[in-house]
Each structure stands twice: as C-alpha cells, then as structure tokens.
Design a protein around this ligand. Structure first.
Ligand code: NIG
Ligand code: FE
Length: 414
C-alpha cells in the first residue's frame, strides 16, 4: 500500500519537452516513503484508489506541480536597505551608493554584530513567506559577513532555518561579494584569507561557492583564484555574472564548470556560447532587474536558441531584490524577459533544481523523485507566472508530508 494517493488533480509533470509543462488532465499521483511511486492519468490506475493507498486525497481539480526550488537567495542578513532604495529613487546609482560605503557593505555592518540565532530569527519570516508560496527547496548564500566568523555564523543561521522550518536548505559560501573595509588597501590579503581560512572553515557547512564578478566587486582573475580553490575542495561553484557590465562572468562560470551563472544582463554572444558548451544553467533574477531600474535585459532569446537551460529565482536580498515570492519573480521574468508559460514553470522547478545540482532527485513529478509538490488554486500551468501577488498556493507537500495548507505553515515549533 502507498502512503498517499492524490486524485482529481490537473498535474504538470514538467518533464523536458512536453507541451503545457507536461499537463495531465484528471491525473493521479501516488506517494510512498517520501517518494513519488506512481504518476499518470487516473483512468490508468491499477486498482481503485482505496485499494492502493492508506490515504486518498482529492485535489478538487486544482493544478499540481513539482515543489518550487528557489535557487538563488541571500535571505540571511541584518537590517534592511530601504534608505538605499530611496536614494536610488532620487537618482543615485547602486554603484555610487556602494562606493560611498553603503550597499553591500552597509548590510555587512548590520550583520556582523548578530549571532547565528539572531540572524535566523530575522530571516525566519522571509523564509516562511517563500515556503507559503510553494518553495520546497531553498538556496541561501552567505556574503554579508566578509570575515571568517560572521560568514560561518551566516551559514549556521541557514542551517538553523532549515531545521526550524523542516525544509532543505542548500548553503552557499558567497566568498567574494564585496571587499571588506579592513582590507580596502589589501585586495590580495583578503583573497588569501578567503582561500586559506574561510574556504577550509566553511567546507562542510556550505556545499557551493559563489563569487560576484563585477567592476564594483571582484575581477575575473580574482574570482578564478577562489573558484579554483573551491573546485579543488570538491565544492560546486556558481557565479554572479555580468549583472552591471560584461566582465566575462559567463565565460568564467563555463571555464569552471559552474552549476549556474546568475543575472547575465550584460553577457555577450561569446558568453552565451560558453554557457551552452559547459551545460551551465542561466539563472535569471528579474527582481534585481526591476529594483535597480535596469533596462538591459539578459540575452534570453540567444540563451534559449543556444540551448542554455533557463532558471528563475527571487535573489531575495535587502539591496537589489527584497522579493519574498518565487511565483511573483516568475511573473516578473515572464513579463520583463519574455519567458513562455511552460518554460517559466520549468524555470522554477526542474531547471532551478539543476542549478543546485539536485536535478536527479527533484524538480519534476516522475516516479522515484522526492514527493515535493504543490497544489495551487489554479487550473492551468500558464497561470503560474501570471498572477502578481500571493494567494494561489493551497497545499505544499515536502517529502510526502503535508507541510502547509492555505497559508498555515506546519514547520517544527520554533
Ligand atoms: O544578487 N549582485 C550581488 N549581490 C546581490 C546584491 C546584494 C546586495 O546589494 O546586497 C544580487 O543582486
Ligand atoms: Fe544575488
């Protein structure tokens, strides 16, 4: 007997290449031991529902999709940057704010004094907001500590959040984000500290390493040093690439076999070709594009034509993307970057899972995958990435456990 059988659902498998995100009308989904054991048309079930599973649940003709994967967030931080945003609305640029000691370094100043428990408590409502809208796997980056102890506390906070909310958190050491003020005259010294102290200390707490390759952050050569050291330790790598200017960030990501290259607004044709050749996922971050008033779009048509897989994430962070909803980020990506309906659903499920190296175990509704899925108050996959606000998520199931019903997150008691 299976543990659960869901019937009366319109199910989007999100398998590659299928029309309408693999929609099966009047479908059924069986769950046992936290895994999907059966998917298909209800009429093809091998027996009557109550003979197959201990618990039969009806979806009321709602849309069932794989659980969403938010593959790029910076949700652990102190303070906020509402003042930066106000300055930007008065015409001061992100780069000018950063040069004056605000921006990322402003958040660093407000993060360093906090314990892991305090950081987790501040991040909890943001994480809950993501989960309440369908996220079942979540990436969290460090990068607002910029010293060994605070970076480790950020990673510890991410681990605490995962435990508290009973959700899988993939932790990323954002080793190069900004040059900390105490190293302003010694870039090489900071890189040495990252490579010789931070990377060894964070291995085990983080499974991925990220770098911000940008004129206001770190050069391609500096990033390459850290990515090489990360790779030597067996860590997966990713790159904040070509967000504000073309730094060859996409080429750098490809050179190191990165799981993903993220942002990509200024990526060139060579960068697109390099990503295609390396099989690196392009992660689009429409919240940052919107909030920075950016007008240059990532080369989505060229990426698509080259066969680069496209993911979408919130980039939830205080400076450029205070976005706590992955469905809203998807709608922004569809409106601003021209993603299609099926492409969009895959971008927040199957492809986002691949951007975390988790494509084998999640991101589609297929037998053998983790039973992570969402039931939406929607009737068709094209409606995911259409609404520009919350309210569509009805039930979230993680590893076969019903974790949320209409806005009430069933996490572990905090
Ligand atoms: O993804 N680009 C760099 N990192 C973040 C912004 C971080 C910040 O401004 O605090 C991003 O947009
Ligand atoms: Fe980011």
């Amino acid at each position: 007997m299976w543990d659960q059988l869901w019937v009366d659902v319109r199910l989007a498998t999100v398998v590659p290449g299928a029309a309408d995100a693999g929609l099966i009308e009047d479908a059924a989904l069986g769950v046992a031991g936290g895994r999907i054991v059966w998917v298909g048309a209800r009429s093809a079930l091998p027996a009557a529902p109550h003979q197959l599973a201990h618990e039969v649940r009806t979806g009321g003709q709602r849309l069932l999709t794989p659980g969403l994967v938010d593959c790029h967030t910076h949700l652990v931080f102190g303070g906020d940057r509402a003042l930066d945003f106000d300055l930007r609305s008065q015409g001061v640029s992100y780069a000018a704010i950063a040069a004056a000691g605000g921006g990322i370094r402003g958040t660093v100043a407000r993060t360093r004094g906090l314990s892991a428990e305090e950081l987790a408590a501040l991040a909890l409502p943001r994480a809950r907001a993501l989960l309440a809208e369908g996220v079942t796997t979540l990436e969290v980056k460090s990068g607002y500590g910029l010293d060994v102890a605070t970076e480790l506390r950020m990673l510890e906070a991410a681990r605490l959040l995962g435990r508290q909310l009973d959700v899988e958190v993939v932790s990323t050491l954002l080793a190069l984000h900004a040059l900390p003020p105490e190293f302003s005259d010694d870039r090489a010294g900071y890189l040495d500290q990252v490579i010789n102290e931070l990377l060894p200390a964070a291995t085990g707490l983080a499974s991925q390493v990220d770098v911000f390759c940008e004129s206001i952050a770190f050069t391609r050569a500096e990033c390459a040093r850290v990515l090489g050291a990360a790779r030597d330790r067996g860590l997966a790598v990713k790159v904040h690439a070509d967000q504000l200017s073309d730094q060859g960030g996409a080429e750098l990501a490809a050179e190191f076999g990165a799981l993903s290259a993220d942002h990509l607004e200024y990526t060139s044709a060579q960068g697109v070709a390099a990503l295609a050749a390396s099989g690196t996922v392009a992660v689009l971050l429409p919240g940052a594009y919107l909030m920075l008033g950016e007008t240059r779009r990532p080369p989505v048509a060229a990426l698509r034509a080259a066969g680069v897989p496209l993911a979408v994430a919130t980039d939830l962070n205080p400076g450029t993307s205070p976005c706590t909803s992955l469905p809203v980020a998807l709608t922004l990506a569809r409106a601003q970057f021209g993603l299609g309906a099926s492409e969009g659903v895959a971008a927040v499920t199957r492809v986002a899972a691949a951007a975390l190296g988790l494509g084998a175990s999640r991101g589609t509704l297929e037998t053998g995958k983790r039973a992570d899925f969402c039931l939406w108050n929607l009737g068709h996959p094209r409606e995911l990435g259409y609404w520009l606000g919350p309210g569509a998520c009805h039930v979230v199931v993680r590893e076969g456990r019903v974790r949320l019903v209409e806005g009430a997150v069933e996490g572990r008691p905090s």
